[in-house]
Design a protein around this ligand. Structure first.
Ligand SMILES: Nc1ncnc2c1ncn2[C@@H]1O[C@H](COP(=O)(O)OP(=O)(O)OP(=O)(O)O)[C@@H](O)[C@H]1O
Ligand SMILES: [Mg+2]
Length: 310
C-alpha cells in the first residue's frame, strides 16, 4: 500500500494519516520527552522451584568469580525474610534491605564489601514482615535496583525458592533467569512449574539452567534435556543449558567464617565447574558488560510495570 492509500485508509477510520500521525507523534514525544538512553548492568535472577537446590551457593560463588574476572558485581539477597548470603560471603551486616526499604538508611550505607571482593546488598533474616513485601516496598526496591544497576556491570539477584509474588516479580524484572535444579524428578518438576508460571506472564523470558549436585558427570545434561523437552512441548519455551555442578561434600562442610569454596579451593573440581559456568554465562549474556537501555526499559521500569500484574 502506498503512502496516499495508507492515509486514505486511516482517514476513513477517522484517524490521522501517516503525515498527521508523524507530526502528532513527534509533538507528543517532545511533550513527554523521548526516553533517554542510559548504561545499565546485566541483571541475572537465580531462581528455583524446589527449595535448597543450591541457589545461594551458586549466587555467592558467581559473585566472587565475576568480581575476580574484573566485573563490578553486586549480589542482592532477594530471599525476602530468609536471607543467608552474608553468611556464605563471610560478612556481618549491620543494616539490611529492611532498613533500606523503610528509608532508614541509604544504598551506600547498606552495601557491604565481602572479603573476596564482591559487594552484597544483604537481606533480612527471620523478619516475617519482609517475607511479604508491600507494594510500597516493591516500588522502593525497584528504585534502589535502578540506582544500583546504573553503576555496576552485573547485578545478581539471589531469590527465594518457588513462585511467591515478589520472587516472580524479580524473575520478570531481570534480564536473565538462572534456574537451579537437581537431577532428581521432584526438583525437575518444580523447575518446570517455575518456567510455566513465568512464561504465562512473559513468553520471551530468558532461562538458563544449572543442574547442581550431580553424582555422575553428564547426568546434568541428561536432566536438562528432559526439562527443556517438556518446557518446549507444553509452554513453547526454549531453555538454555549453562552446565552442571558436582555433588561435593566440601560444599556441605563449609563452615561459617570460611571463604567461599571458589576462593579457598580454586583447583577443586567444583570450583572448576563453576568457572566453566561463568565462561558460558559470559558467552550467552553478551560478555556480561553493561549496555545501553532506554530509560523506560531498564530494570526499575520493568519491576514497576510487572508488579501491576502480580
Ligand atoms: N554442589 C553441592 N554439593 C553438595 N552440597 C551442596 C551443593 N550445593 C549446595 N549444597 C548444599 O545444599 C544446601 C542448600 O544450598 P543453598 O542454601 O545454596 O540452597 P538454596 O537453593 O539457596 O536454598 P533456599 O531455597 O533455602 O534458598 C546447603 O547445605 C549447601 O551447602
Ligand atoms: Mg538460598
Amino acid at each position: 500500500m502506498d503512502r496516499t492509500a495508507a492515509g486514505r485508509q486511516a482517514a476513513s477510520r477517522g484517524g490521522l494519516g501517516p503525515r498527521g500521525r508523524g507530526l502528532f507523534g513527534r509533538l507528543l514525544e517532545g511533550l513527554r520527552g523521548a526516553p533517554a538512553q542510559k548504561q545499565e548492568a546485566v541483571s541475572i535472577a537465580i531462581a528455583s522451584g524446589k527449595g535448597g537446590t543450591g541457589k545461594s551457593f551458586l549466587a555467592t560463588s558467581l559473585a566472587v568469580l565475576l568480581h575476580r574476572a574484573g566485573r563490578r558485581t553486586v549480589l542482592v539477597d532477594c530471599d525476602f525474610g530468609l536471607a543467608c548470603d552474608h553468611l556464605l560471603l563471610g560478612v556481618k551486616p549491620s543494616m539490611t534491605l529492611q532498613q533500606l526499604l523503610a528509608g532508614q538508611c541509604t544504598l551506600d550505607q547498606v552495601l557491604v564489601t565481602s572479603p573476596c571482593g564482591p559487594r552484597l546488598l544483604p537481606g533480612a533474616s527471620g523478619v516475617r514482615r519482609m517475607a511479604t513485601p508491600t507494594d510500597k516496598d516493591l516500588l522502593a526496591f525497584s528504585r534502589e535496583l535502578g540506582t544500583l544497576a546504573a553503576g555496576e556491570d552485573v547485578l545478581l539477584l539471589d531469590l527465594g525458592a518457588g513462585i511467591a509474588p515478589a520472587t516472580v516479580l524479580s524473575m520478570l524484572g531481570a534480564d536473565w533467569i538462572v534456574l537451579v535444579t537437581q537431577p532428581e524428578i521432584a526438583a525437575l518438576v518444580d523447575a518446570y512449574a517455575v518456567v510455566k508460571c513465568v512464561a504465562q506472564m512473559q513468553q520471551n523470558a530468558r532461562f538458563l539452567v544449572v543442574v547442581n549436585r550431580v553424582g555422575t558427570p553428564g547426568r546434568g545434561e541428561l536432566a536438562f534435556q528432559r526439562l527443556t523437552e517438556v518446557a518446549r512441548q507444553h509452554v513453547g519455551v526454549e531453555l538454555h543449558y549453562l552446565g552442571e555442578i558436582p555433588d561435593d561434600d566440601a560444599v556441605m562442610q563449609h563452615r561459617l567464617g570460611q571463604l567461599p569454596l571458589v576462593a579457598s579451593e580454586p583447583e577443586a573440581p567444583t570450583s572448576v565447574a563453576l568457572l566453566a559456568l561463568v565462561a558460558r554465562l559470559e558467552q550467552i549474556c553478551s560478555g556480561l558488560r553493561p549496555r545501553e537501555v532506554a530509560g523506560d526499559a531498564g530494570i526499575e521500569a520493568r519491576f514497576r510495570q510487572h508488579r501491576l500484574f502480580l
